[in-house]
Design a protein. Structure first.
Ligand code: SF4
Length: 161
């Protein structure tokens, strides 16, 4: 389940060159599924790009000088076109606002403040909200899958493939 906290907005576009990709800081939260997909496509070992000290199914991307390890010199995301950009990065302009671990795992998202992309780009339709919810639900599912696999005694190596 996903809870989204946001004021309504009509248009948004990621203007990373304008803000210098302010969202792309070190330590972005990723799932085991994100790690597996990035590993498969880039050929990198998980420990090269992620901190594998997980917290209840959440991992973090590594960084350099406080910036995400995958950010390019022009502030673009170097894995954007590969199709394996982490689920959270595909939920911008919403950011992680916590997880409630109850009978059901609930992901909380909160809209980024002061993003220069508001008011730009195409008009936001219902499909935008549906897409964010789908990504959030996939994120929750991947956390559940990871926690289940660990409870069955699987190692991270087996889970990451
Ligand atoms: S993976 Fe890409 S979009 Fe996500 S924080 Fe890193 S550089 Fe930004």
């Amino acid at each position: 389940m996903v809870l989204i906290y946001s004021e309504p907005f009509e248009r948004w576009k990621c203007t990373y060159k304008e803000c210098g990709a302010q969202c792309c800081t070190e330590g972005q939260k990723v799932t085991a599924g994100d790690i597996r997909r990035i590993k498969d496509v880039t050929g990198k070992r998980p420990e090269e790009f992620a901190d594998l000290n997980e917290d209840k199914g959440l991992f973090r991307l590594k960084g350099v000088d406080g910036r995400c390890i995958f950010i390019g010199e022009d502030s673009s995301c170097t894995i954007h076109k590969t199709g394996v950009k982490p689920l959270f990065c595909r939920m911008y302009p919403f950011k992680f606002d916590g997880i409630i671990y109850a009978d059901e795992i609930i992901l909380k998202l909160r809209v980024v403040k002061n993003c220069p992309g508001f008011g730009k780009g195409d008009e936001i339709g219902d499909d935008f909200q549906i897409c964010i919810e789908e990504l959030g639900n996939k994120f929750v599912k991947e956390i559940k899958d990871y926690l289940r696999a660990k409870s069955e005694g699987k190692s991270n190596d087996a889970i990451f493939g």
